[in-house]
Design a protein around this ligand. Structure first.
Ligand SMILES: Cc1cc2nc3c(=O)[nH]c(=O)nc-3n(C[C@H](O)[C@H](O)[C@H](O)COP(=O)(O)OP(=O)(O)OC[C@H]3O[C@@H](n4cnc5c(N)ncnc54)[C@H](O)[C@@H]3O)c2cc1C
Length: 383
């Protein structure tokens, strides 16, 4: 089959239409590439609940033409509050840093709209089974496609990554979470600062946590955390008596969560790769660096690295593209590594429960600007 080529004569094939794949696709298409995205699912949609978006991902969304749509139905809560055993231990406002909360379906719709506007070709029901560093992508249908750039954005169980044999370390943490999108129910909740993000922790008599994240005036994201080994705490549908006895102040929204269809408990996973590229293949998102959600940066890093990879691939000559990907990896990998390591440490020691954990060091990724050509000097990387 003849390879299609864009305004700049280049073509990319991408596995996975999640946040990482759509960001890479939109960025490349806007820079003149023809781009085809293969999504194994039969529909283009994000099923998750809510998300916290920091300055780093918001800058990327702006650069790829998706920010206005995101802003239309998202919010900046006044404070990020932490409560331990029902006592408020901190209220952080990040000193004017740009951050938003949104529902995942809304973020997905905004990214999808930007991809479609940029002319990205999206193919559903198209499962990728492998790739090769020469720039080949193989589908379950048996078809092999050729590209100047192949992107593995196919999530934590990436076929692109595993078919090539990238060196990797993967593990699951002891804790996990069940996520819900429910109505805000502010009146039923009664008096309180219910526009804040509130991270509710109980460590005694057992570890049960509720992350409360308002996403707009109508929708609330709540994530119920419990250890994997706690059969009752991690049970789905949730054990309403257990959760309302731990958090009576949240009873109305917990009742709504108990009635939500198809809940799924998710154990935190970490994937660490030595390298994110081989030849003409680049890995982005959870395929490259799945991380624990303590700093709420998994999708943020996914979008950041998808965007910077697209810029690096576009700025290089075609012949030098493999080297440009190696250089992109060298420059961008360390900041994501640090974020991933901090997130894994927090998952291990449950240290976010102490409050005031969004220190300057921990906000390093949030403050990063992937669209700023001078960004590496600011974090001490040598271009
Ligand atoms: C509890 C929890 C809370 C989180 N909260 C936040 C937060 O607040 N902020 C934040 O930034 N991040 C957060 N994250 C992380 C974030 O959700 C992920 O890092 C992000 O969604 C990863 O995006 P992705 O596109 O790489 O992968 P995915 O979302 O997994 O997308 C991969 C896509 O590829 C498709 N696919 C898979 N295999 C194939 C194949 N073989 N062929 C074709 N298509 C395929 C899948 O169907 C899917 O559409 C959180 C994660 C968890 C678990």
């Amino acid at each position: 089959m003849l390879m299609p080529t864009g305004k700049n004569g280049r073509h990319a094939e991408i596995a996975g239409a999640g946040f990482a794949g759509l960001t890479a696709a939109t960025a490349l298409a806007r820079m003149g590439w023809t781009v085809r995205v293969h999504e194994s699912g039969t529909e283009l949609r994000e099923q998750g609940a809510g998300i916290v978006l920091w300055h780093n991902s918001l800058k990327v969304l702006e650069a790829i033409g998706a920010l206005d749509a995101v802003m239309e139905d998202s919010m900046t809560p006044p404070f990020y509050e932490t409560r331990m055993h029902h006592e408020s231990v901190s209220r952080e406002d990040f000193g004017g840093l740009f951050w938003r909360t949104a529902t995942r379906p809304h973020l997905y719709k905004s990214l999808l709209g930007a991809a479609q506007n940029a002319g990205v070709e999206l193919v559903t029901g198209s499962k990728v089974v492998g790739a090769s560093p020469q720039g080949l992508l193989t589908l379950a249908s048996g078809q092999t496609l050729e590209a100047d750039l192949v992107v593995g954005a196919d999530g934590v169980r990436s076929q692109v990554r595993d078919s090539i044999g990238f060196e990797q370390e993967r593990w699951k943490s002891r804790d996990g979470i069940t996520r819900f999108l429910v109505p805000r129910l502010k009146e039923e909740l009664g008096e309180g600062e219910w526009d804040n993000v509130i991270d509710f922790w109980n460590l005694e008599p057992r570890y049960l946590r509720v992350l409360y994240v308002p996403c707009n005036e109508r929708e609330l994201y709540i994530a119920l955390g419990a250890p994997r080994a706690d059969e009752q705490g991690s049970r789905t549908p949730i054990d309403l008596d257990l959760w309302t006895s731990a958090y009576p102040e949240l009873a109305p929204v917990l009742r709504a969560a108990a009635n939500a269809p198809d809940p799924k408990y998710y154990g935190y996973q970490t994937t660490v790769l030595e390298k994110w590229s081989q030849g003409r293949v680049a890995l982005v998102g959870d395929a490259a660096h799945a991380m624990c959600p303590a700093l709420a940066q998994g999708a943020g890093c996914a979008m950041q690295n998808a965007y910077t990879m697209a810029v690096a691939a576009t700025e290089s000559s075609l012949g030098d593209l493999p080297d440009a990907l190696v250089e992109w990896d060298r420059l961008e990998h360390p900041i994501t590594d640090r974020c991933q390591r901090r997130s894994a440490d927090y998952a291990a020691n449950r240290g976010m429960s102490q409050g005031n954990q969004f220190t300057q060091e921990n906000l390093e990724t949030a403050q990063y600007d992937p669209t700023d050509p001078g960004r590496h000097a600011m974090i001490g990387a040598q271009p």
